[in-house]
Design a protein around this ligand. Structure first.
Ligand SMILES: NC(=O)c1ccc[n+]([C@@H]2O[C@H](COP(=O)([O-])OP(=O)(O)OC[C@H]3O[C@@H](n4cnc5c(N)ncnc54)[C@H](OP(=O)(O)O)[C@@H]3O)[C@@H](O)[C@H]2O)c1
Length: 252
């Protein structure tokens, strides 16, 4: 039985939990060999064991992508050890909420370092390989999927800097998409609404407390993985530029 991603290689950042882990499993089930990057190696090892248990190929990359060298090494090791790079899922991200007034600057720095710079380091290192895959790969098309957020569409009170980073990802993605369309590297944006993952748990206790009453319906990480899989399994002549996906009951 042939599967849509047979013979391809995907790199997923932030694959140790949540959307990234679900996405890596989903891409592997569709035939991709997956390189899985994050800092928590024990989590990555467990995911790799699951993927291999299903007959898939997984490469564990213990990597902090806020470090330019480590981000570059993650991409280069993927190509060296798995042979190529057809699909990059720029998923790693951090959401630290709260009022702008009096916010710890360190929280803003951490979000910019990961959500913006980490993504840029990976995109920069991966693009030459994606271009090569689009030229000579099994599908003659390659994909970069950047994970933004509903917060990348509209800013709201208490998500100012997170929203800034996600708006930036949207702008970068659209610019790169236009640059690469004729070379068959598709650049896509996924903008999830509330999804049950570890994302919110990194907030300060007082922020967590203020969020407690606001938790409504949430999607599962696999729902977002489905959207990502849909994007990267389209035929060569179809580019899904953007998916905005919310829980049915989420208003904005
Ligand atoms: N959950 C939601 O409601 C939601 C909504 C909209 C958008 N998103 C976006 O979805 C993406 C995935 O988030 P999630 O919800 O799945 O949250 P999550 O479970 O907290 O996953 C975040 C991932 O990023 C990784 N990461 C953090 N710092 C890193 C670093 N310096 N280097 C490499 N990896 C790092 C984490 O792994 P380690 O800690 O092991 O490094 C983890 O695997 C994010 O971009 C987030 O903004 C989520």
């Amino acid at each position: 039985m042939t599967r849509p991603l047979d013979g391809t290689v995907a790199l997923v950042t932030g694959a140790s939990s949540g959307i990234g882990a679900a996405c890596a499993a989903s891409l592997a089930a569709q035939g991709a060999a997956v390189a899985i990057a994050a800092r928590r190696k024990d989590r990555l090892d467990a995911l790799a064991a699951d993927i291999r248990g299903e007959g898939g190929i997984a490469l564990v990359l213990e990597s902090d992508i806020t470090d330019e060298q480590q981000a570059n090494d993650a991409v280069e090791r993927t190509v060296t050890e798995l042979g190529r790079l057809d699909t990059l899922i720029n998923n790693a991200g951090l959401m630290l909420l709260g009022p702008i007034v009096g916010a710890p600057l360190s929280e803003w720095q951490r979000m910019v370092e990961l959500n913006v710079l980490g993504l840029l380091y990976c995109a920069h290192a991966a693009t030459p390989h994606l271009l090569r895959a689009a030229e000579d790969g099994p599908r003659h098309v390659a994909d970069m999927v950047n994970i933004s957020s509903v917060a990348g569409r509209a800013a709201r009170s208490f998500n100012g800097v997170y929203s800034l980073t996600k708006h930036g990802i949207g702008a970068f993605s659209e610019s790169l998409r236009q640059e690469l369309v004729n070379r068959y590297v598709r650049v896509s944006l996924v903008e999830p609404g509330a999804t049950a993952t570890e994302l919110a748990t990194h907030n300060r206790p007082e922020v967590l407390e203020s969020l407690r009453g606001q938790i409504g319906q949430r999607m599962e990480a696999t729902d977002i993985a489905d959207a990502i899989s849909f994007i990267v399994t389209r035929p060569r002549h179809v580019a899904v530029n953007e998916i905005l996906i919310r829980p049915t009951e989420q208003e904005r």
